[in-house]
Write a protein that binds this ligand. Structure first.
Ligand SMILES: [Zn+2]
Length: 289
């Protein structure tokens, strides 16, 4: 159920040293997310990204839903000095009615492709549309009728799941970030899983994104116990890396669905940038001692 949003904090330019060069750009969400004749256009989101210098585009899989042909877009970005890269996966719009994540992934990719210094040491795999039919229909579920974010690692027959499970099994991610929006929350928050340092990545991300949208500080969020906007449990069947000896960090970042779209996008982009900068800083620190 949707609640009324507290008046959001006015956006400010980030002064964090990692983000000092970030200036919010005009985000034309009305154009990019417009629904015409009952459908939102996948092409409108992807076309400008395919032409980005340095980003490699690939359509993963091919599957049919009704008379439509679909695949999952993946953009690969390799920064300088990445012989033994930090491998990160960024996943958005597995719920089709949460388009802020797709737009944020697109904006982040656009920025990162133009800033080689920012992506130094990284190999980023960005999946901006994990549920293309739900994105078109503006529905949480895929057109196949499933909540895809409850289908992982349970032998699902959904084609999107087979494609994403293959990526999660074979990409050897050091960390994954998922972008979501919650229509029952009046503030930003996140879930942490995996590596023990994960909460040390989410905490600064909430702090930086909290300059753009308020943080949800309730003791219970989405039915889970929460502390300062951080939840340490999660649902069964969500997008996650399968068990391995050295678990990657796993963060699910949520924005309040009722907040203005542009602020949600900005908050998500700032969160992703902060998580990446902090992770690189923490592991270089660990390597030097
Ligand atoms: Zn979601």
């Amino acid at each position: 159920m949707a609640r009324t949003l507290r008046s959001p904090i006015l956006p400010r330019l980030c002064e964090n040293k990692f983000l000092g060069y970030f200036r919010p750009k005009v985000i034309d969400s009305n154009f990019q997310l417009k629904i015409e004749n009952g459908r939102r256009s996948v092409q409108r989101l992807l076309t400008p990204l395919v032409a980005l210098p340095g980003a490699q585009f690939q359509s993963l899989g091919a599957f049919e839903v009704g008379t439509g042909k679909y695949s999952l877009p993946r953009f690969t970005l390799r920064g300088p000095n990445s012989n033994d890269p930090i491998r990160i996966g960024i996943f958005a719009a597995i719920h089709g009615d949460e388009p802020a994540g797709a737009l944020a992934a697109a904006h982040f990719l656009n920025q990162a492709a133009r800033e080689p210094v920012f992506v130094e040491n990284f190999l980023l795999q960005i999946y901006p549309l994990c549920n293309p039919t739900g994105y078109e229909d503006n529905t949480r579920h895929s057109r196949g009728g499933k909540d895809l974010n409850r289908e992982f690692w349970k032998s699902s027959a959904e084609p999107e799941i087979a494609i994403l499970e293959h990526e999660l099994r074979t990409q050897h991610f050091n960390g994954i970030i998922q972008l979501h929006a919650d229509d029952t929350s009046d503030g930003i928050y996140g879930f942490v899983r995996g590596h023990t340092l994960t909460e040390n990545l989410l905490r600064p991300a909430l702090l930086e994104a909290g300059r753009i949208l308020p943080r949800n500080v309730n003791a219970t969020i989405d039915g889970f116990a929460a502390r300062d906007g951080i939840i340490y449990q999660s649902y069964e069947g969500i997008l996650a890396v399968p068990m391995q000896s050295e678990p990657p960090f796993e963060i699910i970042f949520e924005t309040p669905h009722q907040a203005p779209m542009d602020l949600q996008v900005e908050a998500l982009v700032v969160a992703v940038r902060t998580i990446l900068s902090e992770y690189r800083r923490l592991i270089s620190f660990a390597a030097n001692i």
